[in-house]
Design a protein. Structure first.
Length: 331
């Protein structure tokens, strides 16, 4: 989002941008792109397949066509190449899970002004208790990580490492890609029990059951067993306040072999805390949805790592979507 030059028109466009977002969310929720598949369909056919009112559906389809998400020829509709590749459930590149996760967050964002005034999140732990929301979150993270992981593994040399701990690893996407890159590497994915089915499904899909295991645990409450020469933490710290972050990093360091490497991947703010745009906005998302989470600056992260006994800290030359970055260090 480029906000360098604001005008009244730009402000109004930004203010109403949720209309387009809700249009996309509804199309994903109704599975429009999957239903369209690789053929043209008319309004009546689509309405029957999703049990929709023809008047309402025609408005939705026309809006999707205006947004260039689907194509309209005469009275028939079809997928665009993008829609078929990324918005249909039949595609391995499907990103609808993360879009639906964004949809579930909307109720919280409506109450941002209240959260700013109170300093208190407006959501509880619905994500962990609702199977559908949990699937959208975890599989959305899997989709995004699948896009980034091949780039990440090219930036990090683990050729001398034997055992990786993917701490808070969710579906285990990064553990999988590191193991695919380094044939002698084994990995342990450490996360909550509710994550196990998703992680084990990923491990089986990539035929790595002999090299990757899932370990149940809460990295804030439970002891972590084992010994590792590399620890990977991706999008973990932003869900916690500074004290909990320090606890997590101390636990990570406590199970690392001397000379081991720690790698921290997150949305990283600049040291003045006012950019880049996405990490700054994401910090508000954490205000809304967690008790004390936030985005952290590079200096804040390096200071926490240093306090945990990590040395030779450096920023890895990697910039992911939405300005995610990686900081590495040795113990």
């Amino acid at each position: 989002m480029d906000t360098d030059e604001w005008t009244p028109a730009k402000a109004l466009e930004t203010s109403g941008s949720y209309w387009a977002a809700c249009t996309l969310h509804s199309a994903i929720k109704l599975d429009v792109f999957t239903i369209l598949g690789d053929r043209q369909s008319d309004l009546k056919d689509i309405a029957l397949r999703i049990n929709a009112d023809e008047r309402g559906l025609s408005m939705l389809l026309n809006a999707l066509s205006a947004l260039k998400l689907i194509s309209k020829t005469g009275n028939k509709y079809s997928n665009t190449p993008f829609g078929q590749s990324f918005l249909s459930r039949d595609s391995r590149q499907y990103i609808g899970y993360m879009i639906m996760h964004h949809h579930h967050l909307m109720d919280a964002w409506v109450h941002l002004s209240h959260a700013v005034q109170s300093g208190v999140s407006v959501r509880g732990r619905e994500l962990l208790n609702d199977e559908g929301q949990l699937e959208n979150f975890l599989m959305g993270m899997f989709n995004l990580a699948s896009y980034m992981a091949p780039q990440v593994v090219e930036e990090i040399d683990l050729s001398n490492c034997n055992h990786l701990l993917d701490m808070g690893g969710g579906p285990g996407t990064y553990a999988v890609h590191f193991c695919m890159k380094y044939p002698k590497l084994k990995a342990s994915i450490y996360d909550l029990p509710s994550t196990r089915p998703f992680a084990e499904r990923t491990i089986r899909e990539f035929k790595l059951t002999d090299r990757i295991r899932f370990v149940e645990g809460d990295y804030l409450q439970d002891k972590i067993d084992g010994s590792y020469d590399v620890v990977w933490l991706s999008h973990v710290l932003h869900a916690e306040g500074p004290e909990s972050c320090q606890t997590i990093l101390q636990k990570a360091v406590s199970v690392m072999d001397p000379g081991g490497m720690i790698l921290l991947h997150d949305f990283i703010l600049n040291d003045t805390m006012d950019g880049p745009v996405f990490p700054a906005l994401f910090s508000l998302n954490m205000l809304l949805n967690t008790p004390s989470g936030r985005s952290y600056s590079e200096k804040q992260i390096m200071d926490m790592l240093s306090s945990a006994g990590v040395r030779e800290l450096r920023r890895v030359p990697f910039r992911g979507p939405n300005d995610s970055g990686i900081i590495s260090g040795l113990v």
